[in-house]
Design a protein around this ligand. Structure first.
Ligand code: ATP
Ligand code: MG
Length: 586
């Protein structure tokens, strides 16, 4: 916990952060007051995410305001006002209604970041059906598994993805009744329909049915970093968290332009790539293309992005390129940068300050939590390496399980243990689909045990230690890979590192690092002892890696997380387990 605070100056801001005093906001916070800030369905008929995201703005004074600006891979731009999004998502909801798809039915979308995905998501929610996004780069088997496990009734996809990945497995999915092809002019057969044709015949008026706040709204599969992905269930009431975190963490203000780089195939791309910014009536940028440093900086400049939400893996890639964006691009519109998905190494926070002129605000959450739970706020100094402090209305603690059903809360600062959240926040997952046993195991004494290990400092900042599954036990020490990886990244030759424990009869496990070097640096034999010595000096010999392998790439999930379990399986010659979410070049 030695990250020096990064001081921020707000003099250059023309907006005051929504959360300007953490303690006061926490003390006066209630979910009731957030409930008063959203509209709720007319005539007290419940809460529906799509109503809060689109309808209330479309019928209010933001009807003509830009809701989504879509940037196509090939340079085309499509703009959607709140009114456009409203009428097109109404049409989609009517398409579902005509197909007899109703409340609770699962509507999957397998597509890149195309406009139809966003329209389908909102139309599905309006119809009180369940939106289930799938990442378009999955292969046929992971797609089949998820469609099957998720009881898919409708699949929205493209002609190419259907032919390549779905047509062969369709026979084994009898519950999948309707396939809607976003780019087909004509129907292919009885169950494979042209979406544009269906939309053209559908009315753009639609009344959202009564929606209970506890009705299932979203089904999200986890990233599969630690094993087989789980299907987390979320309900319409989750929109309270989406809205609240958009206000207090992402710091949305009227007129803001926001860019979340995550794909809706992962929870960040739905909670924050679709829902949260719309609930605030601001403009979202959606880029169809994949990571490209130059393109990204151009987007930040040309679209005058104010708030940027991205991931450590992307930031580390930018860092590795050693570019000087402030010289080449005008990034003056950028007010705040956020990161999520993996621990954010202190080196990256510092790089942001030096290279982009802004520090990077780390925040922590999971598919299961549905929204941000712990964060660094605009108004607070950042402690590099810390995930920040819990959101107002969220109680976080470090606990130790004493038995299956109870926990002991660590009241002293600095103690490592399970990161736990007091149950009851609106976007808490309501189950793992078809896996009640596993769901139950996550809870004890009214706490949700997250599966991550962390510690809390005396000022209430939380520090990530590692995933419970990744912790290394060596010579009586518990070592979190993140700590070691972050120190390795401070070495001038190192771009990225993944650290695991390799079983050893004498000391339990040996700390082993897989290291990617910066471009142009040769893997010579002098470098290895140099990096080891550097790590030993910083971490002490018990914690520093005893073995280092140089590698060109680390295995990562498609959402950008280092898959340490795969590094370990490969090291030990063990089966690789589920690799459906593995990035193809790793
Ligand atoms: P699976 O549960 O299938 O193994 P996953 O946990 O990677 O996959 P997600 O729900 O997408 O799936 O990721 C949540 C996890 O990502 C957290 O539990 C945590 O381990 C990690 N994470 C997210 N944000 C942060 C952060 N800011 N700092 C450290 N770790 C983070
Ligand atoms: Mg997880």
């Amino acid at each position: 916990m030695d990250g020096k605070p990064v001081k921020k100056s707000f003099d250059q801001w023309n907006v005051r952060p929504n959360l300007s005093d953490y303690d006061t906001t926490c003390a006066s916070f209630s979910w009731e007051s957030i409930l008063n800030e959203i509209d709720g369905l007319p005539d007290d008929t419940g809460i529906n995410i799509a109503y809060e995201a689109v309808v209330r703005h479309a019928v209010g004074r933001l009807g003509n305001h830009l809701a989504i600006r879509w940037l196509g891979k090939n340079g085309t731009i499509q703009d959607y006002s709140y009114q456009n999004l409203h009428s097109q998502s109404n049409q989609f909801a009517n398409v579902l209604r005509k197909l007899n798809v109703t409340k609770g039915d699962r509507v999957f979308v397998l597509a890149g970041r195309i406009p139809e995905l966003y329209i389908a998501a909102l139309g599905t929610l309006k119809n009180a059906s369940v939106f289930c996004p799938l990442f378009s780069a999955f292969g046929p088997e992971p797609i089949r598994q998820r469609l099957n496990k998720g009881d898919a009734r409708v699949l929205v996809t493209t002609q190419k993805l259907y032919t390549q990945k779905v047509s062969d497995v369709r026979k084994s999915l009898p519950e999948l009744k309707h396939i809607l092809l976003a780019d087909a002019g004509e129907d292919a057969d009885e169950g494979v329909l042209s979406l544009p044709k269906q939309m053209a015949n559908a009315s753009d008026r639609f009344a959202i049915p009564q929606t209970d706040p506890e009705d299932m709204a979203l089904l999200h599969f986890t990233s599969g970093t630690t094993g087989m992905p789980k299907g987390a269930i979320h309900v319409h009431k989750a929109v309270l968290t989406h809205y609240m975190t958009g206000k207090y963490v992402l710091d949305f203000h009227p007129g803001d332009i926001f860019w979340c780089t995550a794909d809706p195939g992962w929870v960040t791309g739905t909670s924050y790539g679709i829902i949260a910014p719309l609930t605030h009536g601001i403009t979202s940028i959606i880029d169809e293309a994949d990571f490209d440093a130059e393109r990204w900086f151009r987007i930040l400049e040309e679209q005058k992005v104010n708030i940027w939400y991205t991931a450590p893996t992307a930031l580390r890639r930018l860092m590795r390129m050693e570019i000087e964006p402030l010289r080449q691009y005008n990034l003056r519109s950028l007010r705040i940068i956020h990161s999520v998905g993996e621990p954010l190494n202190p080196e990256v926070v510092k790089w942001g300050q030096q290279t982009l002129g802004l520090p990077i605000h780390d925040n922590w959450w999971q598919t299961e939590t549905g929204g941000i739970m712990i964060a660094n706020y605009a108004s607070m100094d950042i402690r590099p390496g810390s995930m920040g402090r819990p959101l107002p209305g969220i109680e976080a603690a470090i606990v130790k399980r004493t038995n299956k059903n109870s926990v002991k809360i660590a009241d002293k600062p600095g103690v490592e243990g399970d990161l736990a959240l007091k149950t009851g926040w609106p976007s808490m997952f309501r189950g793992y689909l078809h896996d009640e046993e596993r769901y139950k195991k996550c809870f004890a004494d009214g706490w949700y045990i997250t599966g991550d290990l962390a510690k809390r400092d005396a000022d209430g900042y939380f520090w990530f230690v590692g995933r419970a599954d990744d912790i290394i036990k060596t010579s009586g020490h518990m070592v979190g890979p993140f700590e070691v990886e972050s120190v390795l990244m401070e070495h001038p030759a190192v771009a990225e590192a993944g650290v695991i424990g390799v079983p050893d009869p004498l000391i339990g496990e040996i700390v082993k690092a897989f290291v990617c070097l910066k471009p142009g640096i040769a893997q010579d034999e002098k470098l290895r002892p140099d990096i080891m010595g550097f790590a030993r000096k910083k971490l002490g010999s018990a914690v520093a890696p005893k073995q280092i392998d140089f590698v060109n790439n680390l295995p990562k999930t498609r959402s950008g997380k280092i898959m340490r379990r795969l590094l370990k399986a490969r090291e030990l010659g063990l089966p690789e387990g589920d690799i459906s979410t593995l990035e193809s070049d790793s």
